[in-house]
Design a protein around this ligand. Structure first.
Ligand code: ZN
Length: 141
């Protein structure tokens, strides 16, 4: 499976799951790849400069079926990948600065979310707690 670029590869993995291997292998395993969820398990803290001056950024994606994918980007694509992995979880805005220290990060239920500002982080947590309450009500009813 070939993706045009690292950002597309990441989006495909997170939204559609791992790419189908061969049709026969999928039949044998009996696993429907569509039901496999993938999530980011590791990501570059900052865009790094390699010794030859080329920018570099990487992200590791793990899927429910145990498969892992390392996605790497270089040069301008590294900047795009960085913006994609650190875009605001609330409004979807990419970070304004390419510095992790300027991001707002919140750890909620074991998952870390990044936001472009504190306001978005607050709204996100408020929405999540409201949804959580709804779930509990359903449970007791
Ligand atoms: Zn935001």
């Amino acid at each position: 499976m070939h993706y045009p670029d690292s950002i597309t590869a990441l989006q495909q993995l997170l939204f559609s799951g791992p790419p189908p291997t061969s049709a026969s292998a999928e039949e044998e395993s009996g696993i429907d790849k569509k039901n496999i969820h993938c999530f980011i398990t590791k990501k570059s803290q900052n865009i790094s400069n390699m010794r030859n001056g080329v920018k570099y950024c990487s992200v590791e994606v793990s899927c429910d079926d145990g498969s892992q994918y390392g996605i790497q980007a270089f040069g301008n694509e590294a900047i795009d990948l960085y913006k994609e992995i650190y875009k605001c979880s609330m409004c979807g805005m990419p970070p304004k600065e390419l510095e992790k220290s300027t991001l707002v990060e919140e750890r909620i239920d074991g998952t870390s979310y990044s936001f472009d500002n504190n306001g978005c982080a607050l709204i996100f947590k408020k929405l999540r707690s409201v949804m959580g309450e709804d779930k509990e009500e359903e449970h007791t009813a």
